[in-house]
Design a binder for this molecule. Sequence first.
Ligand code: F6P
Length: 366
Amino acid sequence: MNPSTDVERIGVLTGGGDCPGLNAAIRAVVKPAIYEHDIEVIGIEDGYNGLVQDKMTPLGWDDVSGILAQGGTILGASNKANPFKYYPPDNETKKATDMSEQCVKNFEDAGLDALVCIGGDGTLTIANKLQDLGIPVVGIPKTIDNDVVETDVTFGFGTAVQIVANAVDRIHTTAQSHQRVMVIETMGRYTGWLALNGGMAGGGDIILIPEIEYSIENVCNAIRERHQMGRRFSIVVVAEGVKTPSGEFVERGHVEDSYDQRRLGGISKYLADEIEERTGDETRATILGHVQRGGTPIARDRLLATLLGHEALNAAADGNFGTMAALRGTKTETVSLDKVAGRQRRVDPSGDLVETARAVATYLGD
Ligand code: F6P
């Protein structure tokens, strides 16, 4: 038994869309739990689905050995399962029910003393509601979108930025060969962190993010100006959350039984058509899609996931519940989950990052 508190057994789950570094975080919860605290860890499958449906398996040392560099999550994930508005996977009537009390029952029946929820804003908001129902929780922030408040950065983001930068590099050479305008669409939901960071690292000429209003004519003028300066191609990086000039999101789908029902995607095609028509330049669109979420985490994300996993485990062992592990500067600490729930961190349009992008002559559409 853990000597400092009466925490003997904890559950861990990965909710929301997956991202690189989840396995590193699971490992960083399980190993110190066994090694430093003599706490037993139970893995909960497929995000909150496993808590509703009581799908749990013990996680031992061997289960988490060798997973540090693996993408995805050994526990499975779900960006749909919400215990407070639960659509069973096989429910043909598509009727939602509140299964949160069932979660409390399953948690208690499994003899759990705490629940570690690894996820983005949706997962952490649900975690906070479960805390209010009496399940002691600790959160760990992850997402390629980097939109969780109260932490400087989320793990998964750095890897996704690298993937976007690599894609922009590759598209550069073909854009140059064919003297084309190439529009590259990133994920990131309602924020522009991924497009801005990946676009800047890849040297995108024009970067459009939801936080900065743009006009198509301004974008076309920037492309024309590049022509006048002898640049025969242009790279436009656009975040999926950028709206059309009439203020509409472009959606590739609508998932009714999901925490966030909107699935964004397609603004790049809209922009490519508009740019081609207005400038006469041959223009192509590339949607990077789920390639941004897959594969091996970069070293920094493995470390960040390890630091945050360990911080969260310590919080659970100390009985410091209703909190989230966060990175502040060079230190990890815990912050109140209340401050995180229901909020999103957005790019500051007058912050250093945007200022620097402008200073290196990146055009931001405004
Ligand atoms: O939140 C992570 C994320 O990849 C977003 O950037 C994107 O909008 C969404 O999830 C995609 O969801 P799905 O995997 O359901 O298509």
